[in-house]
Design a protein around this ligand. Structure first.
Ligand code: 5RP
Length: 222
């Protein structure tokens, strides 16, 4: 199977899980990226069975709207029963590195508001230790150099993602050569640097379910 076929398979598996959770009044949380895009296309096939969605990025908002799915402002939404999103890396505890597409902050906000977080990923994303994929950190622009110096003190090699501005008007530092041996503590430490908006470690609020696309089928890991 190609990587895209694996992504489509996990998106379809997520749809089956979502169908069991939602009703006509439900708002579905929707992530960002190529795997999430397969999920959006699958979700559109049942668009009459739920009320609408909250989007973790402008790109996702546009794709949902193009399918005729109503997109709500999260502030007006009571609960998000289920959030479906991809990941750049995921470990056995369902801690994730996310934000390769730069949408980490809104993704983390929707994840925090969600009752069930379903991570969809092809098997290339499953790792023993997080940090092989550079960890994104969203930073207020004027704090970029200060935050970078603080991250160097933590042993990371921060690289400014040139020419990229997040949906929130901020910049990204990608942390190279930074094995994440204690995800819970590292997530908190990076959050505590003044000027950091969010980091792409999703350990304090991990996924509840991982649907992993493998050559021999979709594995469901909890
Ligand atoms: C975007 C993300 C994505 O979930 C992550 O980058 C995975 O993307 P893809 O499904 O395209 O591999 O966190 O900010």
């Amino acid at each position: 199977m190609t990587q895209d076929e694996l992504k489509k398979a996990v998106a379809e598996a997520a749809l089956e899980e979502v169908k069991k959770i939602i009703d006509k009044d439900s708002i579905v949380g929707v992530g960002t990226g190529s795997t999430a895009n397969f999920f959006i296309d699958a979700l559109a096939t049942i668009k009459l069975d739920f009320d609408g969605a909250v989007a973790s990025s402008e790109a996702t908002r546009e794709r949902l709207k193009a399918h005729g799915i109503t997109v709500y402002d999260l502030n007006g939404v009571g609960t998000v029963p289920v959030y479906v999103d991809g990941a750049d890396e995921v470990n056995a505890h369902l801690h994730m590195v996310k934000g390769g597409g730069g949408a980490l902050t809104r993704e983390k906000i929707i994840g925090a508001c969600s009752t069930k977080f379903i991570c969809i990923a092809d098997e290339s994303k499953k790792v023993d230790i997080l940090g092989g994929f550079p960890l994104p950190v969203e930073v207020i622009p004027m704090a970029r150099s200060y935050v970078a110096r603080e991250l160097v003190k933590m042993g990371a090699n921060p690289v400014y993602r040139e020419g990229f501005v997040t949906d929130n008007g901020n910049v990204i530092l990608d942390l190279y050569n930074f094995p994440i041996d204690d995800p819970l503590s590292i997530e908190q430490k990076i959050n505590n640097i003044t000027g950091v908006v969010t980091n792409g470690l999703f350990a304090l609020r991990p996924a509840d379910v991982l649907l992993l696309g493998c050559a021999d089928g979709v594995k469901r890991i909890t």
